[in-house]
Ligand binder design. Structure first.
Ligand code: FAD
Ligand code: NAP
Length: 339
């Protein structure tokens, strides 16, 4: 964000991690459900909802009123000998929630350390990392329907969580404002997930034989900081595409042709292929065109070096999709929300 050029009230430049400049009709900060209802009653339309702006690509000015979620608060609503259930304001910063849980020695969120963005956006794509998804601790959420202003409670069964998916990202897209998310966390006998990626190696390297949840969090933070571009330094929105899931026959054909292909068999019988491997194999890793490109270490992350436009990123993403389709017969789907 430039210090010399003052931003207009309706500028989105400082509100998205790609750092794209665009104007909205207005940006209104929502501090509580009552204020949200009042604003909806005023009849403003059309509306788009914004959290931390870390999973959107803005491709031009936004003819929308942007409701920026600032609903805060972490409240313990139930507790027993083993577990604590917390209701969290959807405008809390996700990583702050993780740090709070660790400060209380509550387990479940440690592998999801350092994921940017807000608590309210976590169920949107069922955020996941290092073998854990937020649905594993999810209890329920509260949302307000934009059309009617009515509150709706969603149990876990009603959210349709899948791999980087939920009904909020597809069937109910742009219809609801998530105001609170409720998670159940463990007080003791924490179940650690260490087998994914380099977590165990890092802990071993630190000489930690019996890790606690805070050690797992520190290891995840350490790995993430060493591998991922910091949006404060290089604009990005994390993985641009989802890892595609293909059937085993197609995977075996690809394996015969590309013995180094990276794939993980799923319970469903499908095989999840590392999209980063496909993009790297197609020659895009480190590719740069003017001020945008593909990150040099993480082919799944498209980047804005500063001054690039959302349209340019979108164009590049389509070129990548085409080439991957031609080369491997796989259609990559964007994980990032295109605005
Ligand atoms: P935004 O970008 O503000 O919004 C995303 C979408 O959700 C938009 O469509 C928006 O309208 C909608 N939305 C936001 N808040 C609400 C609400 N309260 N109610 C209704 N709709 C809402 N993701 C992962 O899953 N795992 C990772 O490990 C991961 N790592 C990342 C690393 C980096 C460096 C970056 C930049 C991103 C990463 N992401 C990751 C993606 C991103 O951080 C998550 O998807 C995050 O949950 C987005 O939160 P946000 O508040 O920034 O959402
Ligand atoms: P990585 O460890 O290099 O692995 C590459 C890909 O292979 C990952 O995307 C992961 O899929 C998959 N994978 C690796 N080990 C696996 C295993 N044991 N079982 C099943 N799948 C496995 O990935 P990375 O880029 O450094 O990211 C590490 C973690 O952080 C991943 O979980 C990734 O999803 C998450 N992350 C997400 C974003 C985002 O924006 N969504 C950005 C950065 C990092 P999964 O993605 O399904 O885990």
């Amino acid at each position: 964000m430039s210090k010399t050029v003052p931003m207009a009230e309706n500028s989105l430049r400082g509100l998205n991690t790609f750092g794209m400049e665009a104007q909205a009709l207005s940006v209104q900060r929502i501090y509580n459900t009552e204020l949200l209802r009042e604003i909806l009653k005023s009849g403003i339309s059309p509306i788009r909802i914004l959290g931390g702006g870390s999973n959107i690509l803005i491709t031009g000015d936004q003819p929308f009123h942007i409701l920026k979620n600032e609903i805060k608060g972490i409240e313990i609503i139930r507790e027993n000998i083993d577990e604590v259930t917390v209701k969290v304001g959807a405008g809390e910063v996700w990583h702050q929630l993780v740090l709070w849980s660790l400060s209380q020695n509550l387990g479940g969120l440690e592998n999801l350390s350092l994921i940017p963005g807000s608590v309210g956006a976590a169920p949107m794509q069922n955020i996941g990392a290092y073998g854990v998804e937020q649905k594993m601790c999810f209890d329920s959420l509260d949302a307000v329907e934009l059309k009617s202003g009515k509150s709706i409670h969603f149990s876990i069964q009603e959210c349709g969580f899948g791999y980087r998916e939920s009904i909020f990202k597809n069937l109910m897209k742009d219809q609801l404002f998530i105001t609170h998310v409720t998670y159940t966390l463990t007080k003791r006998a924490h179940r650690l997930h260490l087998s994914y990626g380099a977590i165990r190696d890092v802990l071993d390297g630190w000489g930690i034989k019996k890790p606690e949840i805070c050690d797992v969090s520190r290891a995840v933070i350490h790995i993430r900081k060493s591998k991922l571009p910091d949006p404060l330094e290089i604009g990005n929105a994390g993985s641009f595409f989802k890892n595609p899931e293909i059937d085993d026959d197609q995977y075996q054909c690809l394996l015969a042709k590309f013995p180094d292909i990276v794939g993980y068999p799923q319970k469903s019988g499908l095989v999840k292929v590392a999209a980063g491997w496909l993009i790297e194999k197609a020659g895009f890793k480190g590719f740069r065109r003017n001020q945008i490109g593909v990150h040099k270490d993480q082919a799944l992350v498209l980047v804005n070096y500063g001054g690039g436009s959302g349209k340019e990123i979108l164009e590049l993403s389509k070129e990548i999709q085409l080439k991957i389709h031609d080369q491997f017969g796989i259609t990559l789907q964007p994980e990032v929300n295109i605005w």
